[in-house]
Design a protein around this ligand. Sequence first.
Ligand code: MG
Length: 242
Amino acid sequence: MLEKEIAEYLVKSSNKSLNVKAFLFDMDGVLFNSMPFHAVSWCKAMKEFGLSITEQQAYMNEGRTGAGTINELAMQQWGRQATPKEIEDIYKRKAEIFVSCGTAEPMKGAVNLLNSIKKSGFKIVLVTGSGQKSLLDKLNHSFPGIFTPENMVTAYDVKYGKPNPEPYLMGLKKAGVSAWEAVVVENAPLGVRAGVAAGIFTIAVNTGPLPNEVLSREGANVIFPSMQYFAEHWDEVCGGLR
Ligand code: MG
């Protein structure tokens, strides 16, 4: 498995080999089935502040920090950047609505996959644009023994956020590995773009409503249909990456 995809990666990234030691995991839509809640919360919160975003747009913007998403829309619809106060107010409201949506469950297959990866001796680092405290706090409960502050990059750590490669470059640093020693696991188009721009072999899991085409256009090296599929095929994926 993955022979052809790795060969293509080596050509495109100009790396000589792929010698995987670490996995860099996105959170929303990968570890938690939280994207439907995020999409709804963005739509409602933006509307209250006179901005409009469709759920489809929310999925397309996934991966940006809250400030990044708000500024993107403010530029389009107001013709200017949002002020720090506007960003704070909108993001606070969005986070409130998100919490009121209920509990985002762990993605089916995610716990098994993380445990298998850990058992196989790879490092695991979280790389998320999210600053949603309710989910970040839930990580340890849902995925016991996997994540500590030392192996997490969140909205609070980055300056630019995805689609800039910055968060994944920080993830590499936290794992103590080079781009050719890591794999990114992402569900969002902009997250895939960030992983690819960081020179990392990027596995897209298409857990949302967007077509695969959107993920391959951003350079995903391989696309899996779900985290469950990834978990069920871990042995083959692991064999292919070693
Ligand atoms: Mg995501």
